[in-house]
Design a binder for this molecule. Structure first.
Ligand code: RB5
Length: 146
């Protein structure tokens, strides 16, 4: 599985934690997030990275900003993206099983590194359940095309 990582200045430290989990799990990744502590604009880092998930270059994305809110709102503007803002392990599992989320967003100012690591592991290793959930996702795709 190929994972693209992105985020703004406020998510830089947590992105390093995410990369360490991906190394442990043996996943291939590219970090295209801001490599600076100077203030940048999260949409500039969300849109291009989300497009690379939507066009199939990457299987999944993991995005981090201060709260996870701005980057998730931005990612969800890209057609084909189902970005879930997650700060607990239950939701990390449920959003894969029910929503087939293809981008995970987290906020570095919201959760600590230990919980973030568990969320990332759970989100990357939980399969989509399909069935009735497939129909719901198709309704989202249809709406996007209208
Ligand atoms: C940056 O200060 C902060 O606003 C941003 O990282 C994010 O939390 C926005 O939703």
């Amino acid at each position: 599985m190929k994972v693209i990582i992105s985020g703004d200045h406020a998510g830089m430290t947590l992105r390093n934690e995410v990369k360490s989990v991906l190394d442990e799990l043996g996943f291939t990744y590219e970090d295209v997030g801001a490599d600076c502590t100077a203030s940048v604009d999260y949409p500039d880092y969300a849109f291009p990275a989300a497009e690379r998930v939507a066009n199939g270059e990457f299987d999944r994305g993991i995005f981090v900003c201060g709260t996870g809110i701005g980057i998730s709102i931005s990612a969800n503007k890209v057609k084909g993206i189902r970005c879930a803002l997650v700060h607990d392990v239950f939701s990390a599992k449920a959003t894969r099983q029910h929503n087939d989320s293809n981008i995970l967003a987290m906020g570095e100012r919201v959760i600590g590194p230990g919980l973030a690591r568990e969320i990332v592991k759970t989100w990357l290793t939980t399969e989509f359940e399909g069935g009735r959930h497939q129909n719901r996702i198709e309704k989202i795709s249809t709406y996007e095309k209208e």
